[in-house]
Design a protein around this ligand. Structure first.
Ligand SMILES: Nc1ncnc2c1ncn2[C@@H]1O[C@H](COP(=O)(O)OP(=O)(O)O)[C@@H](O)[C@H]1O
Ligand SMILES: [Mg+2]
Length: 334
C-alpha cells in the first residue's frame, strides 16, 4: 500500500527544458570552424504530467521525443531547465537519492529485443530490478516474477521463466519488458514507442494490456509515439513536438477535433478516419524535416507551412493558452 499524503496534482513538471548535444567533429574541423555545433534535440519545452493520466508526446522522428523521455528519467542531463517529480527537484538529487527514485520511474523501450539482456533468462531479467533495489531475491523474487508474468499474459509462466529472449516471439518479448517495468510498482512509466515494432495483430492487445495495468497499478504514463492513430486510443492529453519544441498541447478531444497548429493538422490528415465521407483536408507538410543543428528562424515549421506569413520566418511564436486545456505556438492563431 502506498502511504496517503498530500499529493501534488502534477506528477511531473518540466520547465524551460533544453538538451543540446555537441556534434562530434574532428579537432581540425572544430579548430577551423572556431566553434562547436550543437544538435538542439530539445530546445526549451514546458509541460506537466498529471497524476494518473496518459500524457502523449507525438511528432515525426527526430523531433526530440525520446530525448525528452530520457531527460525526465534523468538518463541524460539537461543543458538547461527544471524537472520536478512528485514535488522533488530531481536535478538536485545525488546519485543515491536518484537510485532510490528510479524505482518509481520506469521505461519501456521501443525495441524489446535490444532492451533485454540476451544472456539473461526472461524470469531473471524481469526480476533483476527487485534485486537491485533490495526488494526480493531467491524464492520470493521468483514468486513475484511468476505472478507478474501471469498478469501480463506471459504464460505458461513457469516454462517461459527459463527461456532466453531469442526463444520468445516479439509480442512475448514486449510483454516481458512491460513486466520488468511494472514489477517495481513505479508511479511513472515512460513508454517510448512501445508497440512500434510489434505485429499489427498484437498492437491493439498490447495497448489494451497497458491500459488495464495502468488502472490496476495506478500508473501514470508518458506515451511517446510518432503515430497519432494509436495515441488517440490511449492518451488523455497530448503534446505535439516539432524540432525540439512543443507546437501544440491539450486534451485529446481539443487537439484531435480542433487542431490549431498547421503541423498538427498535417499529422492528423495522415490518420485514417473510419467514415470515408468525413475525409480530412490533406495538407501534408512539404519537404524534409530541417536540420536541428541549424533550425529555421522564427517558427521552425515555417518553411513547410502552407499558411506561413512574413512574421513566421522572423519571430518565434510562444506556446500560449487559446482555450480550455489547449495551447498552441502559432502566429496565425493568436
Ligand atoms: N546522444 C545523442 N547525441 C547526438 N545527437 C542526438 C543524441 N540523441 C538524439 N540526438 C539527436 O537529437 C534529435 C532528436 O532525437 P530524438 O530525441 O531521438 O527524437 P525522436 O525520439 O523524436 O525521434 C535528433 O536529431 C537526433 O539525431
Ligand atoms: Mg524516439
Amino acid at each position: 500500500m502506498k502511504e496517503i499524503k498530500e499529493m501534488a496534482e502534477n506528477l511531473v513538471e518540466v520547465r524551460g527544458l533544453k538538451k543540446w548535444f555537441p556534434v562530434q567533429k574532428s579537432f581540425i574541423e572544430t579548430f577551423l570552424a572556431r566553434r562547436v555545433d550543437y544538435v538542439r534535440a530539445v530546445d526549451g519545452i514546458d509541460f506537466e504530467i498529471k497524476r494518473g493520466e496518459v500524457f502523449g508526446l507525438a511528432g515525426e522522428s527526430g523531433s526530440g521525443k525520446t530525448t525528452t523521455g530520457r531527460l525526465i528519467l534523468r538518463l541524460v542531463e539537461p543543458t538547461e531547465g527544471q524537472i520536478t517529480f512528485d514535488g522533488m527537484d530531481i536535478l538536485s538529487l545525488d546519485s543515491k537519492a536518484m537510485h532510490a527514485l528510479r524505482r518509481r520511474m520506469q521505461i519501456i523501450f521501443q525495441d524489446p529485443y535490444a532492451s533485454l539482456n540476451p544472456r539473461m533468462k526472461i524470469g531473471e531479467g524481469i526480476g533483476h530490478g527487485l534485486e537491485i533495489h533490495g526488494i526480493a531475491k531467491g524464492k520470493l523474487k521468483r514468486q513475484m516474477v511468476l505472478e507478474m508474468m501471469e498478469r501480463v499474459g506471459l504464460t505458461p509462466a513457469a516454462v517461459l521463466y527459463d527461456k532466453y529472449p531469442h526463444q520468445l516471439s516479439g509480442g512475448q518479448r514486449q510483454r516481458a519488458v512491460i513486466a520488468r517495468a511494472l514489477i517495481l510498482h513505479p508511479d511513472l512509466v515512460v513508454a517510448d514507442e512501445p508497440i512500434a515494432m510489434a505485429d499489427v495483430s498484437v498492437k491493439a492487445l498490447l495497448l489494451e494490456l497497458m491500459l488495464e495495468l495502468k488502472r490496476e497499478f495506478n500508473l501514470t504514463y508518458l506515451y511517446i509515439t510518432h503515430d497519432l492513430a494509436t495515441a488517440k486510443y490511449i492518451c488523455n492529453r497530448i503534446a505535439i513536438m516539432y524540432l525540439g519544441k512543443i507546437v501544440e498541447l491539450g486534451s485529446l478531444y481539443e487537439v484531435y477535433s480542433h487542431p490549431l497548429h498547421p503541423y498538427t493538422e498535417a499529422l492528423l490528415s495522415a490518420v485514417p478516419v473510419p467514415d470515408p465521407r468525413a475525409q480530412r483536408r490533406k495538407v501534408l507538410p512539404k519537404g524534409e524535416i530541417p536540420n536541428p543543428i541549424n533550425p529555421p528562424s522564427g517558427c521552425r515549421f515555417h518553411p513547410r507551412c502552407p499558411y506561413a506569413k512574413e512574421v513566421c520566418g522572423i519571430e518565434e511564436p510562444r506556446l500560449v493558452e487559446v482555450g480550455t486545456d489547449h495551447l498552441v505556438a502559432c502566429h496565425l492563431r493568436v
